[in-house]
Design a protein around this ligand. Structure first.
Ligand code: NAP
Length: 847
């Protein structure tokens, strides 16, 4: 496998992602979270951001509300306005790149000039200015707004002054005192026009088709709102969900009953009338097609700008240019000093399609013949192992494209998983599956406003077909892309050197098992794995699990370290607990006994705790017998529960009530009763991320059900007794915190708060899409971070940690700053499993 942890040019990678806009970055984050570290992001420019890097024109902003226009896994409580400006969005994307450690995967100046499928080797051969590269899978995330569409207007090339596209703004050109022509009245133009009107002596606007313009309900977020979003993240989630839900209700009007849009048209006309008193100008600006047929625009300053005396609207296209004079199609002539082309992008022809050559040697553009088609907007028959982000029929007019991007990327991650599970070299979309998908879209497209609204928009291709938009809700799209249906793909046999073998989920076999007596007579079950002379890592499992939960992590750690895993009292092989002594103190007693029995004299161990195991470690920070044998810790999916945190901000009696309620909920939810559909769904919702595989779900259910009922029921009591603040303050060794963004039991906000209270926090790693069952869902990341903590803990006896022990594998370079939120981009391999049988888990884990 190629090591791409340093910035050299790799020769062969598992996945090559083209582009670093929203789509490419999302792919990078999700690949890393899925345990795939062997990938590169190829970027033609010298910084990330895609269209939000390229579009720097004055007034550039987003017309989708800020809370919705961000990744679900990286919400931003600091947005300044309800509609974000371009610099802020660009900075956000730079921040996501850093936060999720994507820079080490990015190769700038690497424009893909050709991608050709090599059927012999079952991989893609890519050409770039930085050199060739082979990739098993290519994810094209070039985006539809990447390549400006320049109009073919006679004489334009001979125009004496500056001519620039809205996406290539010439910031060196001063508009003051100049006559400027703006061509186009789309989403870009209506933001540019008010700015140019303010600066230029005269503005001539060439309008071929008037847009429908609605008021933009923009405002600054108050400090109180930002504070709330910071400290009660659920408030921002709620705001996001509210905006999302409201926008989803627009869909039927666009897709089924355009007549509903008449009300919106009246609002738009009133909006125009308020700003423009001249009836002739109003007539020019009034659209003659149904609102929604073209993209609905939002602006409060477009119409007021057009009403200014230095603006002239030419209600006609631009026919030709003669010297400095622009001749409109209506014959009028207008002399100007500069031309701004706000004429849009190559949206229906996807320029990268001319550079991608599939199994039969034809380019994607030739295969499509001007009519883009794909299976689930993502894969194309005849182009094995090629995935498109924002592919055909994925565009939206009513809400955030980031929702679609996240759906597609989840589908692509499942595609990679399917590839591994099928032990295939490649998957190729079946033409009949693609046709079925496209025929359904075609059928649903018929009654939409885009087809019936009476306009010619950039949504349509020359054949009059709409290959760009998704005719439905984003909920439907997400449902349709939740999982790869293997029946829709043809499997191509793996060639030699195939990578990405699945990770097995069965418990690891110890090289030694032991019985460890504790102070109150309980005998604990312990296991030793790994390299006997390596530094010691002690794994402390969570409240519902036994040693078995660590199986994938133990395998991922391999022979790097000496691994001690033990069943906490009441679990697995340590079931003979005394219930009256089941408390946080007794769990710390047990950890102390384990360290005394397993850590060699004069050495110190790294403690890795999951969930309640992490809380055991926290509490042990004040126990001398543990502290003197501890060099560092990794707290995985640890915290004190959403409801407890909620209880803490509730005053007095209500707070007590909330705590009691929380304990009751935990008690009743924990035993799960028989494995009914409801209990399984509840378990899944509470503990697993959306991408957790079937095997992770099965293993989790078995671990939960195998755990004693009383053990589960007492967890709330244990939780109550732990003074979290004190415990964290006492844990005075280097500690790294790891959490999944979909962890509902111990969500990221708690991890961050914990990190702030730890005396020596080396960083917080957030794993997008991962739930509470981190050791099962992302074992490679847990293993990598464990090795990182081993490397950072300088107090381990010299000789115990050798450089070889920590550099092979995937320890990332550079120390993580305290309190910084970093990412799980350090993983490798994929979390998949072929076989988790109930016997495998129950016999070894529980008995
Ligand atoms: P656009 O919507 O495609 O608009 C292009 C404009 O140029 C149209 O008014 C078009 O006229 C006109 N035009 C094109 N060729 C012409 C010609 N030869 N002569 C005269 N006029 C010509 O492009 P855009 O404004 O750059 O926006 C593109 C997309 O970018 C938007 O739909 C949106 O998805 C995105 N965008 C989003 C935001 C945001 O806030 N999120 C902001 C800017 C852009 P016709 O209407 O007659 O074709």
């Amino acid at each position: 496998m190629t090591d791409i942890s340093v910035s050299e040019w790799p020769t062969h990678v598992r996945v090559a992602v083209i582009g670093t806009g929203f789509g490419g970055l999302c792919a990078g984050v999700r690949l890393a979270a899925a345990g795939i570290s062997d990938f590169v992001l190829l970027e033609r420019a010298d910084s990330v951001g895609g269209t939000w890097r390229d579009n720097t024109y004055p007034g550039c902003a987003c017309d989708v509300p800020s809370h919705l226009y961000s990744f679900s896994f990286a919400r931003n409580p600091d947005w300044s306005h309800s509609f974000s400006r371009q610099p802020e969005i660009r900075a956000y994307l730079e921040g996501v790149t850093d936060q999720y450690r994507l820079r080490e995967h990015i190769r700038f100046g690497a424009e893909v000039t050709e991608a050709r499928w090599d059927g012999e080797a079952n991989c893609w051969q890519l050409d770039t200015p930085r050199g060739p590269l082979r990739a098993d899978v290519v994810i094209s995330a070039c985006g539809p707004l990447a390549d400006p569409a320049l109009p073919d207007i006679p004489g334009l090339g001979q125009f004496a002054g500056p001519v620039f596209h809205s996406a290539r703004w010439d910031h060196g050109y001063a508009m003051a005192g100049k006559r400027i022509a703006v061509i186009g009245t789309g989403a870009s133009a209506i933001q540019i026009v008010p700015e140019v009107q303010r600066q230029a002596e005269r503005l001539v606007l060439f309008q071929r088709t008037p847009p429908w313009v609605m008021p933009r309900l923009d405002r600054k977020f108050t400090r109180a709102e930002k504070w709330l979003h910071h400290h009660v993240p659920a408030s921002q989630r709620l705001a996001r969900f509210g905006t999302y839900a409201v926008r989803e209700t627009y869909v039927p009007a666009f897709t089924k009953k355009p007549e509903i849009l008449q009300g919106a048209q009246r609002v738009a006309l009133r909006h125009m009338a308020r700003a423009i008193s001249d009836p002739n100008l109003r007539a020019k600006l009034t659209p003659n097609y149904v609102l929604g047929c073209k993209r609905v625009l939002l602006s409060n300053d477009y119409y007021p700008a057009l009403a200014q005396p230095n603006v002239h609207v030419v209600a006609s296209g631009l026919a030709r240019v003669e010297g400095n004079t622009l001749i409109a199609q209506d014959g009028s002539a207008h002399e100007v000093d500069a031309i701004v082309l706000a004429t849009g992008f190559h949206t229906v022809d996807m320029p990268i399609a001319e550079r991608v050559f599939g199994a039969d040697g034809l380019s994607l553009a030739e295969t499509w013949g001007g009519d883009m088609q794909a299976l689930r907007g993502t894969t194309v028959a005849g182009f094995p192992n090629l995935c498109l982000v924002v592919g055909p029929n994925t565009g939206l007019g009513h809400t955030s494209m980031i929702h679609i991007i996240e759906s597609q990327v989840a589908y692509i991650v499942d595609y990679l998983r399917t590839l591994d599970q099928a032990a295939a070299g490649a998957l190729d979309a079946r033409p009949e599956a693609q046709q079925r998908w496209c025929a359904d879209i075609e059928r649903r497209m018929e009654p939409t406003v885009w087809a019936t609204g009476g306009c010619k928009s950039w949504y349509l291709n020359d054949a009059g077909r709409n290959p760009t938009l998704w005719p439905g809700t984003t909920i439907r799209f997400r449902r349709n892309t939740r999982r790869v249906d293997a029946r829709e793909y043809r499997r191509i046999q793996a060639g030699p050197g195939k990578r990405g073998a699945p990770i097995e989920l069965r418990p690891a076999t110890p090289i030694n098992t032991m019985r460890i007596p504790t102070t109150d007579g309980v005998v604990l079950h312990g296991e030793i794995h790994g390299r006997l002379d390596g530094p010691t890592v002690v794994l402390v499992h969570g409240w519902t699990n036994s040693t078995a939960v660590w199986g994938p992590v133990i395998r991922a750690l391999g022979d790097e370290v000496r691994i001690v895993a033990y069943d906490q009292r009441g679990h697995g092989g340590s079931v003979d607990a005394r219930w009256d002594r089941y408390s946080i103190t007794s769990l710390v007693d047990d950890l102390e006994a384990v360290l005394a029995a397993t850590v060699p004299e004069g050495e110190k161990a790294i403690l890795v705790g999951h969930s309640m195991g992490g809380m055991t470690i926290m509490a042990a920070g004040q126990r001398p017998g543990v502290v003197e044998r501890t060099a560092g810790a990794l707290l995985v999916s640890t915290g004190y529960g959403d409801l407890v945190a909620t209880a803490r901000i509730i005053p007095g009696r209500s707070r007590r009530l909330a705590t009691v309620l929380q304990r009751q909920i935990l008690r009743s939810a924990a035993p799960m009763g028989p494995a009914t559909r409801v209990s399984r769904a509840a378990l899944r919702y509470g503990t697993m991320g959306p991408d957790a595989s079937h095997d992770v779900a099965v293993a989790t259910a078995q671990l939960v059900h195998a755990c004693g009922r009383r053990t589960r029921g007492t967890w709330g009591r244990v939780l109550d007794k732990l003074e979290v603040g004190d415990a964290l303050a006492g844990l005075d060794v280097p500690v790294h915190v790891l959490v999944g963004t979909n962890d509902r039991l111990t969500p990221p906000a708690h991890a961050e708060r914990m990190a702030q209270r730890l005396p020596q926090c080396t960083g917080v790693t957030e794993l997008p899409g991962v739930g509470h069952m981190t050791p099962l869902e992302a074992p490679e990341t847990v293993a990598d971070l464990t090795l990182k903590v081993v490397a950072e803990s300088r107090t381990v006896t010299p000789g115990a940690v050798t450089s070889g022990a920590v550099t092979s594998g995937a320890v990332t370079s550079g120390a993580v700053t305290s309190g910084a939120v970093t990412s799980g981009a350090v993983t490798s391999g994929a979390v998949t499993s072929e076989a988790v049988t109930s016997e495998a888990v129950t016999s070894e884990a529980v008995l």
